[in-house]
Design a protein around this ligand. Structure first.
Ligand code: FUL
Length: 652
């Protein structure tokens, strides 16, 4: 009982910390005359997370061996048998790219635990790997620490294997799994949780659909987070709703141009929010007047999927693509969480390692030297009668917390920057001392050119880190910043950089499948020219059926008999989920009259990560006709739904 009371107290205290002890100065050691913090401020734990900026998430479970994105929970436990598992190779590759932490997926939705848990038999001790005596979470932790990386865990709340999923017994087992992970793997920087919760699964052989009440089932607020606070007080809790770090709302790794660290989680019904149960309109942008400091994380896999698929070996993101993601995540005050997917053998593919190394080189060559070093500044106002403590020279030191500040009544100051000679740059970096909150509304940068100030760039939501990437490099010697805030400003950093070229890597073009030029495609009641959008080779166009009764069928006549060993379904790419297919069936025929079943299953994680679903057949089929059936549509509740398809492809 004592124990419960105490952990409640710790939780309450942390909540207060998250809201910020505005004005009393205890959270960040205010010195004399410092401006009063504005709005919510980060906790010490969140500050550590902000400073990390980027880390990796490793997906490696029996699902890897099934070539799937979501395991159903029925894979034999001994399927998981990597022959050359090497956690060090993974950690080293992450380190080479400049990542500061590793999160291991200790358990994914398939329910298989990578550590010898006492809560279920479905765990690593059933694997032939190390004769069942191994502990993969431990190996990842040791490898992370060996390379100077912080460590974190993701333990999926949804468990498609556990027979008790849906009742209290499982909810308690889940909390026990967290206790085990929090107790035996050192200090964690994050406890990562996602919102995918409840649905069909194996569930110990029941093989059925189980729905849970996302708001109440796990006891997030009153039972789960208090365990985290008690056992891992230094870990930020990530989920789509926070409480410490929120999801950006997509799996592309990109934050919107304006993205505030402040946010008020609300449920879809206007009530309480919980993981997977949120009004998602403001996940990306945050809210200028949000009640809590809950900055965003941008997650995205290095390959199209979170798990390894040999079919995606040509689609590893290039260093330039990773750099663009970095600019749009870390450069917008969020964190960059990159998914790494070891192969069944237990190491990263050489293409992944090369991409990471190339990205790391590009980052250090770009940001290794601040081109503004040596500049002199002239500020329209310096706080406390030109007190040096608040002077603009603070902008060029490496501290994120020393800063230039103005008197309280000066909320639209100006700063002139005289660079040490003509300087060519295409990235501008700005940071605020976020211990004092997110104060700036906007910053406008101009350059002195032909005896006049010419507008160069502007930005909102500065916060922990803001990178403005110019469309092309400019050369200048004098710059001017105009800042706008509701209170005195607290700018801590000004940087100029020139993007380095990334040597390498043009990935070979992905397999585009068999020729579709002569295909004829039909569906009952569908307009044939609209239907062609499903096979026109243009990812941006899509076919959307009218609302109809599910299942809905679509028939393809390939016009000649050929061997096909897989097919692809690309969902619409316009950001709208309507009509995305979540369960499918594929049949083939030689004459268009007699049909044989070829494949049936789910398109996992399609809403959050709408990539091509590449389904490989267990054996190739020879066919002239294919019949594709949409059995279920994501987010559709009734028996009727519209169906959408950007591309349907067949592979040989
Ligand atoms: C999501 C999961 O459903 C995906 O499979 C993946 O693990 C991603 C990182 O989080 O919520």
């Amino acid at each position: 009982m004592m124990h419960m009371v105490q952990s409640k107290f710790i939780y309450l205290w942390t909540l207060i910390g998250a809201v910020g002890l505005q004005g009393c100065g205890q959270t960040h050691g205010l010195s004399e005359n410092e401006p009063v913090p504005y709005g919510p401020v980060p906790t010490a734990t969140q500050l550590n997370w902000h400073e990390m900026e980027m880390y990796c998430l490793i997906h490696f479970t029996p699902t890897t061996f099934q070539d799937k994105e979501w395991g159903y929970g029925d894979a034999p436990a001994d399927l998981f048998n990597p022959e050359h598992f090497d956690a060090d190779q993974v950690a080293e590759a992450a380190k080479s790219a400049g990542f500061k932490g590793l999160i291991t997926v200790a358990k994914h939705h398939d329910g298989y635990c990578l550590w010898p848990t006492k809560t279920t038999d479905y765990n690593i001790s059933q694997s032939p790997w190390q004769d069942g005596r191994g502990d993969m979470v431990k190996e990842f932790m040791e490898a992370a620490h060996h390379h100077g990386l912080q460590f974190g865990v993701y333990c999926s709340a949804w468990d498609r294997n556990h027979p008790e999923y849906g009742n209290e017994k499982y909810a308690e087992a889940y909390r026990e799994q967290l206790r085990e992970l929090y107790s035996n793997y050192g200090t964690l920087f994050t406890s990562w949780h996602d919102g995918a919760n409840g649905g069909d699964g194996y569930y110990g052989g029941a093989d059925e659909m189980r729905k849970i009440d996302r708001e109440t089932y796990y006891g997030w607020e009153d039972k789960v987070w208090p365990i985290t606070r008690e056992l891992q007080p230094g870990a930020v809790v990530f989920s789509d709703v926070g409480p410490d770090v929120r999801w950006i709302g997509n799996e592309k790794g990109i934050a919107p141009e304006t993205s505030w660290a402040t946010f008020t989680p609300v449920g879809p019904d206007g009530g309480k929010a919980a993981p997977g149960h949120i009004d998602n309109r403001f996940l990306g942008t945050g809210q200028r007047d949000g009640k809590f400091w809950i900055p965003a994380e941008c997650d995205v896999p290095l390959r199209p999927g979170w798990f390894y698929h040999a079919s995606q070996d040509q689609q590893v993101k290039t260093p330039d693509e990773l750099f663009a993601i970095y600019i749009q995540s870390v450069g917008r005050g969020a964190a960059f969480n990159l998914g790494l997917a070891p192969m069944p053998s237990g190491t990263l593919h050489p293409a992944d390692v090369a991409a990471l190394q190339g990205f790391g080189r590009k980052l250090s060559e770009t940001f290794g030297r601040n081109l503004a070093d040596g500049a002199s500044f002239e500020a329209s106002n310096i706080r406390s009668r030109n007190n040096r403590q608040f002077g603009p020279d603070n902008l060029l030191d490496t501290s994120r917390y020393t800063y230039w500040s103005t008197d309280d009544e000066v909320t639209a100051p100006e700063l002139t920057v005289d660079l040490d000679g003509e300087t060519t740059f295409d990235i501008i970096r700005l940071r605020e001392n976020i211990k004092l909150g997110q104060r700036l509304d906007s910053v406008h940068v101009a350059m002195w050119d032909n005896n006049a100030w010419v507008p160069l760039a502007s930005a909102t939501s500065i916060g922990a880190n803001r990178l403005i990437r110019l469309e092309q490099p400019v050369t200048a010697q004098r710059l001017r910043l105009r800042l706008f805030a509701p209170v005195a400003v607290a700018l801590s950093d000004f940087g100029l950089f020139k993007e380095a070229d990334a040597a390498v890597t043009t990935a070979a073009p992905a397999d585009s499948g068999v020729s579709r030029a002569n295909w004829r495609i039909t569906a009952s009641g569908a307009d044939s020219s609209a239907l062609r959008k499903a096979i026109d080779g243009r990812v941006e166009t899509f076919w959307l059926s009218g609302e109809g009764k599910l299942p809905q069928h679509l028939t393809i006549d390939m016009r000649e008999q050929q061997t096909v060993d897989g097919f692809g379904y690309l969902p619409r790419q316009d950001g709208n989920n309507a009509g995305m297919i979540s369960r499918y069936r594929l049949e083939s025929s030689i004459d268009g009259i007699t049909w044989q079943a070829v494949a049936e299953g789910e398109f996992s994680n399609i809403v959050a990560n709408p990539i091509e679903q590449h389904i490989r057949f267990t054996k190739p089929v020879s066919a002239r006709y294919l019949r594709f059936t949409a059995i279920a549509v994501a987010n559709a509740t009734g028996a009727r739904a519209a169906v959408s398809i950007a591309e349907l492809t067949a592979y040989d």
